[in-house]
Design a protein around this ligand. Sequence first.
Ligand code: PLP
Length: 501
Amino acid sequence: MLSEFLVTEINKVGAQDALPLHRLLYESLRRAILGGKITAGDRLPSSRKLSQDLDVSRNTVVAAINQLTVEGYLVSHVGSGTFVSDNLSKVSLARKQTARTEPGHCTQLSKRGRALAETFCASELEVQPFTPGIADFSAFPVQLWQRLQNKYWRMTYPDMLDYSSSGGYAPLRRAIANHLRMFRSVILDPSQVLITSGTQQSLELCAQLLADHGDTVWLEDPAYWGAAKAFMATGLKLHPISVDQEGIAPDAADNAHAPRLVYVTPSHQYPTGAVMSLARRHLLLAAARKHDAWILEDDYDSEFRFTGHPLSSLEGLDQDGRVLYMGSFSKVMYPGLKLGYLVVPKALITSFKQAHYDLNRPGQMHLQAALAEFIEMGHFASTLRRAKQSHAQRRQCLLEALAPCLGEHACITGAEQGLHLCLKLPPQVDDAALAKALGGFGLTVRPLSAYCLARRDIRGLVIGYGYTVQADIAASGKRIADMVASVTATPAAKKAGRKAA
Ligand SMILES: Cc1ncc(COP(=O)(O)O)c(C=O)c1O
């Protein structure tokens, strides 16, 4: 019976996805068709009958049927009812279904596609307590932002609606240049600022324009997975270099793998939090000079510095224009804004603008205009000030909650800046299992090992404090501390801890 099948499917789909009822019914009916439960030419029970059998409203049934009709699964004949479309052969539908649902569909991906789909990446649940890298955007001044956007939407200049070939809205580029000159010691002219849809796009552009397929990119190990993916997608060879407490540490063996690009997060290594020392900065600049390589400086969270002054950028030390500096508005504003910037050496900016236009068709000029005014009127500075205060409190609360588990086998790194800290554990600890266990309590800490490309010698937890309700941090932090204490108390970990000491 179709109705019985539909009830079962609705329950099954509903258990996996919190969808509205009409979507559940739509999906269940679609499955009935794709699975051959009802076939071409079969007549559907009337919407009234279906609504009675399934105990749902008639509107729900009609919405589901309408959607399937629009998509061509069903046809309606006035006066005679709704039928499964004749145009859908069962064979092609079955194939379509198999391709969508079976793991074997990976074989249809390119080699690169498989590598991208199967390697490490963000957790599925992006925004949960302790998710690293996410700020508390619940305090964002939404109404003010809305007013500014409305203001620009009322100005109907056609060029605001078009793609932009100019590298971005000029006042925004100026505002960014001023900000970077003042706070990050980046030496630049506004014409060097290219507005992108965030760091991910800045990285892709650099890889596309500055390196060829098969070229080598040096990157930190452990690394920001987003960068690794951008380089994989552009066919670059990843050469991971271990990070220590002074940042990336290339040695003679690494120099045998001449890089075209070097990707670093010098102000706050992601995810360990190491700050690149001055000696390392000079060493890296010298290595880049030697190999005629470009350095990509990802300065993703330096606005959130909690102790001392903000650190100067690597770009500020660069004498030969081989550092491309990138920043993002994802942290101080909100991630879905999808706006960031890339500071490009003068000699390259025209090529970057052109290629960016051809590859990405940039736009969003209303958003850019609103953001420029947001910065110019001082709202960015005040939003940042408030965000820093509230993040400083969360950070302090988390540090206090974690304190009891610290000691011989556990230490915190990288807590001076940013939106996350790293709780380092002995190499024998199964950090993935630990993170999974904490996930069972709705806490999305990430295992440090999940960020590692080649190395197997570091373990720990990467813990964000941005998107965690302040009042919950003490209790949830205690849960983390208790679990960490229980795993570091195992004989293996104790032995490892003694060895490390
Ligand atoms: C190291 C690093 N760089 C950059 C970003 C931000 O990238 P986007 O501007 O694409 O949001 C993140 C986000 O979490 C990050 O962790």
